[in-house]
Design a protein around this ligand. Structure first.
Ligand code: ZN
Ligand code: ZN
Length: 311
């Protein structure tokens, strides 16, 4: 059996229980955890995402990715707090269990958790929205981004981080490449600067494989919710994700190389023309002051339609 590569240098010679094919790295449990966090630290530095002097807002859903990110950032000494949007999804008690997971996590870390209750802010929940429109899934994303951005500004956070992992990024890159979505291809950097009313955004787990994140969450016994949203209808993305999995199986490291080479070689070429690929200029919503494609923004229009009392 292979020995842990990091143990050997410490003259311990523990058998490796974990093998990371993409990195050709056999590791023991203890060194897997420290490798995971150091690799995260390197990603944060390489892409100049943020520093330890900045306040970080983590978008937490209760799933393994966002809770892993929160735990690892705190372990690395970052000042990271959580934001959870309660969507009111009662199917499988999804929202309730998600909320319990993020609350347990906040308590474990001893860090503040901000909770936005969609029903009291907007007057409706995601199931309400689903009864009115088929586009509820993408609208849910818009609502979550809206609150992340406006709360980060109001509460003085310099950066918003999300738990997107390498598998997410590689499969969405593949999908957008196959469709030559130039708007996407010209601006999908893992950190987007603060501009035009948007707070800086970063994806610190963009170089971590999903399976490694799951393993980290399990080994650290994070109180994450394993179920994904029962209302999600992302039918096309899992197909690209499956394709990427097949490629990865054939040639370990494909996802990582595909994504990193895009960032290094292709993105700069597309980015030179990124203004041309923008569909519409952003405006400032006259009601809430948030950047949006139209005014009033979608969130303000929905709030008006459903008669919510929030801000
Ligand atoms: Zn070891
Ligand atoms: Zn608005």
């Amino acid at each position: 059996m292979a020995r842990c590569r990091l143990c050997r240098s410490e003259r311990e010679r523990t058998p490796a229980e974990i093998y990371l094919p993409a990195h050709r790295l056999p590791l023991c449990r203890k060194h897997f955890l420290s490798w995971f966090e150091r690799y995260l630290e390197r990603t944060i530095r390489t892409f100049r995402m943020f520093t330890r002097r900045e306040r970080i807002l983590v978008a937490v859903s209760g799933g393994k990715d966002s809770l892993t990110l929160w735990q690892a950032l705190v372990n690395l000494g970052y000042e990271a707090d959580g934001l959870f949007v309660y969507l009111g999804i009662e199917e499988n008690s999804f929202s309730l269990l998600s909320r319990r997971a993020v609350e347990a996590m906040a308590e474990r870390l001893g860090r503040p958790l901000h909770v936005v209750d969609m029903k009291s802010e907007l007057g409706f929940t995601i199931p309400d929205l689903r009864r009115k429109t088929r586009k509820y899934c993408s609208m849910c994303g818009t609502v979550k981004r809206h609150y992340l951005n406006s709360l980060a500004k109001r509460l003085g956070y310099s950066v918003i981080v999300t738990g997107h992992n390498l598998d997410d990024e590689a499969s969405s890159l593949l999908g957008n490449l196959l469709n030559w979505n130039l708007k996407y291809l010209s601006r999908k950097y893992p950190v987007l600067p603060a501009e035009r009313g948007f707070v800086r955004k970063a994806k610190p787990l963009c170089r971590h494989y999903e399976r490694d994140i799951r393993l980290y969450a399990e080994l650290r016994r994070l109180p994450y919710l394993a179920e994904s949203c029962p209302l999600s209808e992302e039918a096309i993305r899992p197909f690209y994700a499956e394709l990427m999995d097949r490629l990865e199986e054939r040639a370990p490291g494909t996802k990582l190389r595909f994504y990193l080479d895009y960032l290094r070689k292709a993105l700069p070429l597309f980015a030179e023309h990124k203004e041309e690929f923008m569909e519409r200029d952003l405006v400032v919503c006259e009601r809430c002051g948030e950047p949006a494609v139209g005014s009033p923004c979608l969130v303000c229009r929905l709030r008006e339609e459903f008669g919510g009392a929030g801000t």
